[in-house]
Design a protein around this ligand. Structure first.
Ligand code: GAL
Length: 329
């Protein structure tokens, strides 16, 4: 962890308030991280938007009692959907609570975003043309049979976001998902599909509000989820987890010359002790470190399935080393 602090400290464009003397990590992996108000950061399955000199963190609000949904063939532990939180930071270490970006609906049980539903893995991108912030997320029923991607918009990064609707892109199931916005402004929805057997990548419309007909199927029969995509030196990288519910498993990554493929699988990017469990966590996002080429933050969730509200976060430095992705604990 010493390394992440020192690397971040020397990052040219960011000013990090690091306790350099004893290099005490300010965001120690797996511990409780507090916001500016002293409350624990509640932003799971999170993503980050960099906009106008600030980082905005969006994540699932998990609050309340965890219960096991009965009659499921897998351990379907859940809490009421609490909506999506938003925090902001200039240095990636100190996080200011902003708002509930998207509130869960408390009144209409038929609403996609009713508290009884699943609202997971929110990701936000900015559309320069429409000047709108666009949030995509996984929308489901508590038994995960709905498998839709939901979309919401706002004119401000912190929201409030207006929920529009959800869809199965091109009729295809969409569960664990992420969004990737390329340098040319094109954006893609990446989602576990076909009952989690396949990952799909679908080009979004120019306003980012709907899927287009252009999509590909990748990692067929690999049962991958928790996708996180990033780009480095013209190549695209996709980190995913295996499919084992809230339990940790080995991450894997794939590489391609174009978002629309071909994708080649490369193996586990994690190195050293606990690499077989992704350091007891599951991928959610890869954040490019502004000003440090080839350095990224690998963001992951350390789920606590028996008490989901107490799930923790792991942010580790990720390097691309001669085309190979490396994540060290
Ligand atoms: C995981 C998934 C999480 C959540 C969970 C539910 O595999 O990555 O986002 O959906 O299953 O059990």
């Amino acid at each position: 962890m010493k390394r992440i602090l020192i690397d971040l400290f020397f990052s040219s464009t960011l000013c990090f308030a690091v306790n350099a003397q004893n290099a005490k990590p300010l965001l120690p992996p797996g511990e409780k991280w507090k916001d500016d108000k002293g409350n624990f950061i509640n932003a799971h399955g999170a993503g980050v938007l960099f906009y106008n000199g600030a980082y905005y963190l969006y994540g699932e609000i998990k609050k309340g009692k965890t219960r096991l949904v009965p009659n499921q063939s897998w351990e379907d532990y859940r809490v009421e959907a609490g909506g999506i939180s938003c925090y902001s930071s200039k240095d990636l270490l100190h996080w200011k609570y902003q708002a509930i970006a998207l509130a869960a609906d408390k009144t209409d049980p038929l609403s996609d975003i009713h508290a009884s539903k699943v609202i997971e893995r929110p990701k936000v991108i900015y559309n320069e043309r429409t000047k709108q912030f666009v949030m995509w997320m996984h929308i489901d029923k508590e038994d995960y049979s709905y498998a839709h991607a939901g979309v919401a918009v706002s004119s401000k990064p912190k929201g409030p976001y207006k929920y529009i609707s959800s869809i199965r892109p091109n009729g295809q199931m969409s569960r664990d998902m992420t969004i990737f916005k390329d340098d040319n402004g094109k954006a893609y929805l990446i989602y576990a599909s076909e009952n989690n057997n396949t990952m799909q990548i679908c080009l979004l419309s120019d306003d980012y509000l709907s899927p287009t007909k252009k999509y590909i199927r990748i990692l067929e029969n690999q049962r991958r989820e928790a996708p996180a995509m990033f780009k480095h030196e013209g190549k695209y990288y996709l980190i995913t987890s295996l499919c084992s519910g809230w339990d940790a498993n080995p991450a894997g990554y794939a590489v391609a010359d174009s978002v629309m493929g071909e994708w080649k699988q490369m193996g586990n990017p994690c190195l050293g002790k606990d690499s077989a469990t992704t350091f007891h966590s599951q991928s959610t996002y890869v954040l490019p470190l502004d000003g440090k080429k080839g350095s990224f933050i690998f963001m992951a969730d350390r789920w606590n399935k028996l008490d989901l509200e107490d799930s923790r976060y792991i942010w580790l430095l990720l390097h691309v080393n001669h085309g190979r992705v490396e994540i060290n604990n």
